[in-house]
Design a protein around this ligand. Sequence first.
Ligand SMILES: *Cc1c(COP(=O)(O)O)cnc(C)c1O
Length: 397
Amino acid sequence: MGNGKKSAWRPRTRAVRAGLDRSHHGETSEALYLNSGFVYDTAEQAEARFLGDDDGFIYSRYGNPTVAMFEERLAQLDGSEACFATTSGMSAVFAALLCQLQSGDHVVGSRALFGSCHYILTQLLPRYGIEVDLVDGADLEQWKSAIGGSTKCVFFETPSNPTLDLIDIQAVSHLAHAVGARVVVDNVFSTPILQRPVEFGADVVVYSGTKHMDGQGRILGGAVLGDRAFIDDVLMNFLRHTGPSMSAFNAWVLLKGLETMELRLAEQCANAQTLAQMLEDHGAVARVIYPGLDSFPQRDLVEKQMSAGGSVITFDLRGGKTEAFRFLNGLDIVDISNNLGDSKSLITHPATTTHRAVGPEERAKVGIGDSMVRLSVGLEDPADLEDDLRAALDGIV
Ligand SMILES: *Cc1c(COP(=O)(O)O)cnc(C)c1O
């Protein structure tokens, strides 16, 4: 699909042009094919398409021209061979795991996970006879002892949500591959701009298009990427027959989002760096976690696998839930929301929202306290954001 100049283009050119498949009208922007089905010239052509001898489209649950353009563009940005787009990040995570697992299999995951990922691993998979062990992702020894002969799959996020723990993709992939297990990385926080897991040995990468790819709060979307054999032989039939296919409209919004993602992310990372330093110097703040700070404990790993610190800062306030709520309520520009990766700065109190359902015990294990807040830095003027944060912080001391 699209053009095959994959190796020649640099990432910025790919973001704008990869996958572009113009119709005979010669439209500048990608066309929005808002149709569910397709027709055939002849019965023979229909037969050939179902046989796989003719690679045209069949039905939008299987594939759609606008969605295919998005899949090709994202694959080229990620460095993966192939991609299948889904309705949301969570349908991507669910499909990436379920398509390859069966009863009796063993999965090892990192403990610090997005709430819904945690639910899939700890609540859903065990229901189907799949055994799951969670480890502290930053501790290689724990991965080493948890990964064994029956391990089929390894799953983690790096940086994790919301504590921003990094996991050494290369080292964990090495351990997993030694027993023939596949490595699935949730790369939502970094996007393919800041980190490309396949370059460090990951087999499958999942994304939420909802976050930085759209980045402007409009649509939900997701994607699973991997090598051609995994996507075509393991994942595709699972997705085609269970049906969480991305809508053409959402793919079209995401195609436009990918064109500007690097530019937006560069500004968001720069803003986040400024704000993280300012927060570290404020008396109302007990601790700042941001991969771009010198105080970040896993600086070596940041250097190894990420190109910038990202758009999310997590910090602990002095005090507890009362102070955290007072701080959130005292903000004027930054919105209280559970989303992230948006052009609007958003703030979350994980313990009572995104990570409420994982329970107090698991929260304690991964270090999510009542004084912790997660700031997704947007595209506003950093001086205005700084004023806003400072005023709200001054209000709680
Ligand atoms: C948001 C998020 C998801 C889920 O994405 P949706 O598009 O909301 O379904 C998965 N993993 C991480 C790390 C996320 O932040």
